[in-house]
Design a protein around this ligand. Structure first.
Ligand SMILES: *Cc1c(COP(=O)(O)O)cnc(C)c1O
Length: 373
């Protein structure tokens, strides 16, 4: 019996007809773009994480681009990003003409290394760049160490845009992701912890003035009137249908987060001592976008053995961003990104979703044990 890496069908079954009904309502009222569902989901998303405002948008990538545009980030500005992440983090900075600066990560949490960040800031200044934005990533769902990173950003007068594409629903010291940085960007790509049925994203902020600018840029730099354009913007809207899907899924999201955490604990209890299991900081509650192991053995062989037992495996991410062909022109921290390079060769992720049965969890655990024996 093959196990799904992510089981969206089980989730759909649990929600019954509710998503169909919500979509049918939109077919009836016909407001496909910026319909009432968009405002409703924005309200619910903000409430869920305790942010003052949420702004729905077309993707997680646009959720990163919108705040960069609000803050006029551009040529000569350094945006500090980890080198071990999905490409969109650095892509957003590059698209506005800024310089993404690649920072190394910590070997245990896979999140931004504060020492590497400090070195990268000093080097960027020497190179004539303005340290403008700190854009850390809560990789695989676990928040970064905000106790250390926020003071660094403050000292350097940097804007904080948190790439929480994988971590909506997580928290740091009891504070929900989205509620405490200048901007938090998340993604509703179907495979993320909270996903819609296509592309979608959201930006969170507590600043009402910034919300107004985000709203304007989301719709072509719109002014007071629909055909007045007061600044350069994008088409970055969230569709009504995606908003409606999210409203239904949000109603069970808290329960799903608990279920994900339970699966992760079961995996870790069974695999500790056998494999290098994920390290979650005491201050953190992870949204468990991925459950990722490390191995010093030949990874291809380990993965092949696990797959032989009908258990799917994925590698996030096989190449650090600074080594990607499109990104080699951008600088890295002065001491390089040795941890990212090592992790890129070591990591592999197991099936992770809230609907993994005990039987399937057992099958995954047995497959990993056998493969690593
Ligand atoms: C998925 C992801 C994004 C981009 O989100 P999209 O909705 O696919 O545009 C950005 N950053 C990280 C870390 C991601 O995992």
């Amino acid at each position: 019996m093959s196990i799904p890496f992510i089981d969206l069908a089980a989730q759909q079954k649990r929600l019954g007809r509710s998503i169909h009904d919500a979509i049918e309502k939109i077919l009836d009222h016909g407001a496909y773009v910026m319909g009432p569902e968009v405002r409703e989901v924005e309200k619910q998303l903000a409430e869920f994480c305790g942010a003052k405002h949420a702004l729905g948008c077309s993707s997680g990538t646009d959720a990163l681009i919108l705040p960069l545009m609000v803050e006029n980030v551009g040529p000569g500005d350094a945006v500090f990003v980890p080198a071990f992440t999905f490409v969109a983090t650095a892509e957003a900075a590059a698209l506005v003409g800024a310089t993404p600066v690649f920072v190394d990560v910590l070997p245990d949490t896979f999140n931004m290394d504060p020492e590497s960040l400090k070195d990268a800031i000093a080097q960027a200044k020497k190179d004539g760049l303005t340290p403008k934005v700190l854009m850390p990533v809560d990789l695989f769902g676990q928040p970064v160490d905000w106790d250390i990173l926020l003071p660094i950003a403050k000292e350097e007068n940097m804007i904080v845009i948190s790439d929480a594409a994988q971590s909506f629903g997580s928290s740091w010291n009891g504070k929900m992701t989205g509620s405490f940085t200048d901007y938090t960007a998340t993604s509703f790509f179907p495979a993320k912890p909270l996903g819609c049925y296509g592309d979608g994203g959201a930006v969170f902020t507590n600043d009402s003035d910034k919300l107004e600018l985000l709203e304007s840029i989301r719709v072509h730099g719109q002014g007071g009137d629909r055909y007045e354009n007061v600044r350069i913007g994008i088409n970055g809207r969230l569709d009504s249908i995606q908003a409606a899907v999210l409203i239904q899924k949000l109603s069970i999201f808290a329960d799903e987060l608990t279920a994900r955490d339970r699966v992760a604990k079961t995996y870790s209890d069974a695999l500790a001592g056998v494999a290098d299991v994920p390290f979650v900081r005491e201050e953190a509650f992870s949204a468990w976008a991925q459950y990722t192991l490390k191995t010093d053995k030949n990874r291809d062989e380990v993965i092949a053995k696990i797959k032989e037992q009908d258990v799917p495996v994925a590698v996030y991410y096989p190449i650090p961003l600074s080594h990607q062909k499109g990104y080699t022109q951008y600088p890295s921290a002065p001491k390089g990104i040795p941890v990212c390079e090592k992790l890129a060769a070591q990591v592999f992720s197991l099936p992770m979703h809230p609907y993994l049965t005990d039987e399937h969890q057992g099958q995954v655990i047995d497959a990993v044990k056998k493969a690593l024996a």
